[in-house]
Design a protein. Structure first.
Length: 119
C-alpha cells in the first residue's frame, strides 16, 4: 500500500515536498516513481528512483527543479519540488514495481495528492 501526502496550494516560485509512505518490506527493493495528471491530460511520469537510490530519472520539464529521493529505513519516497510553476498543477501519484523502469508498467499505485500552483 502506498500513501502519498504533502500536496497543497503554493505560489509560483515556492516549494513543496511530497512524501509517499509504503507499507511492506517488499518496497525496499522496489523501484518507485512519481507521476502526475493535470486536468484533461494523461498521466505522465515526473521522476523515478531505483530501489537503492543510485539511479534517478526526471522528465525534462522538471529537471533542475524537482528532486526525488528515498529513505528505505522509513519505506518512504520523497519528491522535493522547488521553483514551482503553474504548469506543475496536477494530482501527483506515487507508484512502485515497474515492469520497465523508469516509466512503464507500475503495478502498485497510491491515491493522489493534489498540487495547485498559483501565479
Amino acid at each position: 500500500q502506498l500513501q502519498a501526502s504533502g500536496g497543497g496550494l503554493a505560489q509560483s516560485g515556492c516549494s513543496l515536498r511530497l512524501s509517499c509512505a509504503a507499507s511492506g518490506r517488499a518496497f525496499i527493493t522496489s523501484h518507485m516513481a512519481w507521476f502526475r495528471q493535470a486536468p484533461g491530460q494523461e498521466r505522465d511520469t515526473v521522476a523515478a528512483i531505483s530501489w537503492g537510490g543510485s539511479s534517478t530519472y526526471y522528465t525534462d520539464s522538471v529537471k533542475g527543479r524537482f528532486t526525488i529521493s528515498r529513505d528505505n529505513t522509513k519505506n518512504t519516497v520523497y519528491l522535493q519540488m522547488d521553483s514551482l510553476k503553474p504548469e506543475d498543477t496536477a494530482v501527483y501519484y506515487c507508484a512502485a514495481h515497474p515492469t520497465t523502469w523508469p516509466t512503464d508498467g507500475y503495478r502498485y499505485w497510491g491515491r493522489g495528492t493534489k498540487v495547485t500552483v498559483s501565479s
